[in-house]
Ligand binder design. Structure first.
Ligand code: BMA
Length: 957
């Protein structure tokens, strides 16, 4: 430790001197530190609020629970933590196959309409009961519950996201058993009652979800996972239960509840003496639950930041309140610290931070550790053109002083029953994001604040988390008890999660500003009232609570929103989807999804997407033969998006031929839906990435974020996901690996020009970028033209590097002619690009016309060989007699391919397969591997029909 720091450190660790004002968290960051003297005083003051006491907890008695429905006709053992649906499944009360099997979402709905009671027996020792405080601590109750000890009501819950502490000392006995029961009220019934009560005053809409959701109404009236009542990609299974761990805790002084951490570079503080720079100003804050606020706390609090500093502070104080706060602040030499970087920009160094308590007079100790990282985050909203404010503001994320393009996707709950989501599965999904170069994931506001594991994994992988508060696509009540509950919720969650370096920002809600402005739920007649409510909830309650706990990262009120501009317009902007401000959600199912002109030049695309179906392998798990047709009842049951199937058929039909309505045609239809989605999102994402360095005359451009909707699935149905329920990658996910790569060449067509933009997301410029642009015919393995150029691509930019005229430079008419005159030149050829720079290689394609019009030959694909290399990776060798489009490899074996959905323009290719967990025998993979391409989905009849109809049309560009 540098000398200056040692001195400061000593000052800091001095015991309390008087009962000054409590130091607000991050005061140092917020205000100017005027001089080092002031700074020292500050440190001393910080030491003065150390408080507090120790703790011992008995782990939750997680077995021996009985679970009963209201009339007692069902009585089974209940898993804790867990949920009613899971326990009923385990007890075989729900026995219709897989949980998500066919129509179980309807068949099992009765569960959510009943009331359920968990009960167990507790034994306590006289020692435990002699403690100053004895309490039941519930990390999460889902949702509306009454907790009774020996028949006495000790607490109530009405919010799934609140940590509850119920005092029970006075109700427990040492002799014999104590009865503990937790009675859950039907969430559906409760939400309805709340709605009715609210309605007496005025309706808080929506009155119900649309019928296509096949869901339950009034999720907005209960603080519970909103999507558990159904969504446009998910079923209704409104769960109940003790969904998170609980303990019976007894303690005499204090119990460490939460540890918060912030590291701010001292150099951002203007008056810090030069000798202290460069340095990090670290603030650690701990919240303690006090046993008895009228008993003095005497003991010591230790803070240890792995290998960086440790300190012990003696405490002798009267806590006065139930929750006590200890804050300490210290300067840390920059050299002592390795920084935390987002995925793709560096490593993710994490440090253990441990706060401990030792009671002086009683043998009582406790400690809590979290993993923290050193990094800064900002959301820059400067005017894009300082002399012309009408051009709008930036919306760009700056991490560690580097402006970074946010590449990623949106996260929804990985299962409708949170207890079914394992850490392993969470890790698999987040790794799939990291492995496709994603550096940002938005935890969307209709799900849950995710598990501790989720954020730990994100910390380790360098995935920044855009964290919504759990409010989505609705108006919400603002009566006092609702607001109080929300305040508790936000406090619980921000204190729990704040220390994670991965959390980039907090956001108040999903789409509620847009919904109100756009009158989605018929609010226009009473706009002023709903607007007032909106501000009360998201600004005056949620924002205030978040910022009381955490000023170390940005807070935005809604997504999409116009950032500062929305605030200046009174929080409900005139145009929440303004391309010149903030973030945009963009969906258009009626435009040409494969044409970049369809898409908006936004500052930050935080949601955009198209639906597809999961593979047949996944659908098969929960369906039977009669469901396997595009027009089956099941296919409309599992399509919750109104008009979803019509739109999907339309989109597939724009560029491809619909396969026949046979069993094989059904499987190809699922595949085509994925082709449509993959190419559409590739087109849109590359368009956004190409726009990172330029601005058009309207002030649109400088796009710095592309988070497609959505990463994962909640069940097996039509959705926007790139990964199927269970973890299988859709074609889109393979495409993401390519379109999110750090250095890419993106070819695009602008009238009669083919242009190639090279995008470089790296800190450093890339030299010697060799770009090959090939013109290739569908009927030949050899390119008909190849143009090669060399470039230097500056750091963190998108540059258009070449521009070729289709007719003059690429000689399309000559090289792509068709003797039969059936086909236009753009239907005979496509563009293939290869970028190489040192070890980097990136391949890409541009279709000049639609595959449905193109002269694609019937390709016969064969799996020639599957062999294992030493690392357990399998090499699959494919051969083809023709150029094949959207080549798709599919296997029931768990694992991912190196690439999939690609254009095969050589007679042979080798594709690696990475098995998930275990070693896989090559012969087993070979046996279970299928491969096909677009031409397989056309039957001969289609080919003939299409050829007959084909006439030479006018050129389209
Ligand atoms: C967005 C999301 C979700 C929805 C998705 C697809 O608006 O916020 O509410 O599932 O669109 O419709």
């Amino acid at each position: 430790m540098a000398l200056d720091q040692q001195l400061l450190h000593q000052h800091l660790m001095k015991p309390a001197v008087g009962q000054g004002t409590r130091i607000p968290f991050l005061l140092v960051r917020e205000r100017d530190v005027m001089a080092s003297i002031f700074f020292v005083v500050l440190m001393i003051l910080a030491g003065s609020h150390l408080l507090v006491g120790p703790f011992s907890a008995k782990p939750g008695f997680n077995s021996g629970w009985t679970l009963r429905n209201s009339n007692g006709s069902i009585s089974i053992s209940g898993e804790v933590p867990g949920g009613v649906y899971s326990s009923l499944l385990r007890a075989n009360v729900l026995q219709d196959g897989d949980f998500y099997y066919r129509y179980n979402d309807l068949g099992y709905r009765w569960v959510s309409k009943d009331n359920w009671t968990y009960s167990t027996k507790l034994q306590v020792t006289s020692k435990e009961l002699a403690s100053e405080r004895v309490a039941l601590v519930f990390e999460g109750l889902d949702t509306v519950a009454q907790v009774k000890v020996n028949d006495v009501l000790v607490g109530r819950s009405d919010n799934m996201f609140v940590r509850y502490i119920f005092d029970v000392k006075d109700y427990l006995k040492v002799e014999g058993d104590n009865d503990l029961s937790i009675s859950f009220e039907s969430p559906v019934g409760y939400a309805k009652d709340e709605y009715e009560q609210q309605k007496a005053d005025y309706v808080v809409p929506p009155k119900c979800v649309v019928p296509e959701f096949r869901g339950e109404c009034h999720a907005n009236h209960i603080r519970k996972m909103q999507a558990s009542f159904s969504w446009d990609w998910g079923p209704a299974f409104p769960n109940l239960g003790i969904w998170k761990p609980w303990t019976l805790a007894s303690w005499n002084s204090l119990r460490i509840a939460d540890v918060l951490f912030a590291a701010v570079p001292a150099s951002s503080l203007p008056n810090v003496p030069t000798a202290l720079r460069p340095a990090w100003n670290v603030t650690v804050k701990a919240f303690f639950d006090i046993a008895n606020s009228s008993i003095p706390l005497v003991g010591s609090i230790s803070v240890e930041l792995e290998g960086i500093f440790n300190s012990t502070t003696e405490v002798d104080t009267m806590p006065k309140e139930d929750v006590y706060t200890f804050t300490t602040s210290v300067f840390v030499d920059e050299d002592k610290v390795d920084m935390w970087w987002p995925n793709g920009y560096g490593t993710q160094r994490l440090y253990d931070l441990t706060v401990g308590w030792k009671n002086k007079h009683r043998p009582e100790e406790s400690s809590k550790s979290v993993r923290v990282g050193f990094r800064t985050v900002e959301l820059n909203q400067d005017f894009v053109v300082s002399e012309d404010e009408s051009k709008g503001r930036h919306y760009r994320v700056v991490v560690n002083n580097v402006t970074m393009f946010m590449k990623g996707s949106n996260w929804i709950p990985a299962h409708v029953l949170p207890e079914q989501v394992t850490s392993k599965y969470t890790k698999e999904l987040l790794e799939a994001a990291a492995n496709t170069h994603q550096n940002c994931i938005r935890v969307w506001g209709g799900g849950i604040y995710e598990s501790d594991e989720f954020y730990k994994i994100a910390d380790q992988l360098g995935i920044l988390i855009w964290q919504d508060m759990m409010f989505a696509c609705s108006m919400y009540p603002v009566n006092q008890s609702f607001l109080d509950s929300v305040t508790q919720e936000v406090e619980t969650q921000v204190r729990r999660l704040q220390h994670h370096p991965s959390i980039l920002l907090w956001a108040g809600n999903n789409e509620n500003e847009a919904a109100l402005r756009g009158n989605w739920y018929g609010t226009w007649m009473n706009f002023t009232r709903y607007k007032k409510d909106y501000i009360k909830l998201y600004v005056d309650t949620i924002r205030v609570t978040v910022q009381k706990e955490d000023l170390s990262r940005p807070f935005v009120v809604s997504s999409p929103n116009n950032g500062i501009e929305s605030e200046e317009e009174g929080f409900i902007a005139k145009h929440p989807y303004d391309n010149k401000y903030g973030d945009v959600h963009y969906y258009n199912y009626y435009g040409d999804a494969w044409n970049w002109r369809t898409y908006p030049r936004t500052r930050f695309g935080s949601e955009y997407g198209f639906q597809s179906w999961p593979s047949f392998l996944t659908m098969k798990q929960v369906t039977v033969e009669e469901d396997w047709s595009r027009s089956s009842h099941m296919m409309s049951h599992r399509q919750h998006h109104p008009l979803g199937n019509t739109e999907l058929n339309l989109q597939i039909g724009v560029h491809m031929h619909m396969p026949p309505n046979s069993l094989v045609g059904y499987q190809y239809f699922l595949y085509l839906s994925q082709v449509h989605q993959a190419v559409a999102i590739k087109t849109e994402t590359e368009f956004y990435r190409r726009g990172m360095s330029s601005l058009n005359e309207n002030g649109e451009g400088f796009t710095m974020g592309a988070l497609y909707w959505q990463l994962n699935d909640i069940w097996q149905g039509a959705s926007w996901s790139s990964i199927e329920f269970g973890g299988r990658w859709k074609m889109l996910h393979y495409y993401a690996k390519n379109f999110f790569a750090p250095v890419i060449a993106s070819p695009w067509q602008d009238h009669d020009q083919v242009k190639v933009t090279v995008i470089n997301d790296l800190f450093e410029e890339v030299n010697n970028v060799q770009l090959k642009v090939q013109l290739r015919r569908w009927d030949s393995f050899d390119p008909v033209l190849e143009l090669e150029t060399l470039h230097i691509v500056p750091a963190n930019t998108a540059h258009e590097v070449v521009q070729y005229s289709l007719l003059d430079d690429l000689k399309l008419d000559v090289l792509c002619s068709d003797n039969s005159l059936y086909f236009k030149p753009e239907d005979k050829c496509f563009i293939w690009t290869t970028l190489t720079a040192g070890k980097r290689e990136h391949n890409n394609f541009l279709l000049l016309g639609s595959p449905k019009d193109a002269d694609i030959k019937k390709a016969t694909l064969k799996i020639k060989d599957v062999s294992a290399d030493t690392s357990g990776t399998l090499d699959v060798t494919l051969s083809s007699d023709e150029v094949a489009l959207f080549v798709w490899l599919e296997t029931p074996e768990e694992g991912v391919f190196e690439d999939n959905g690609f254009i095969m323009h050589s007679q042979e290719v080798m594709v690696k397969f990475y098995p998930k967990d275990n070693l896989l025998d090559p012969s087993q993979l070979k046996q279970n591997l299928r491969v096909w391409s677009l031409s397989d989905t056309y039957n001969e009849e289609d080919h003939q029909r299409f050829k007959k109809n084909s006439t030479m049309k006018n050129r389209t560009f």
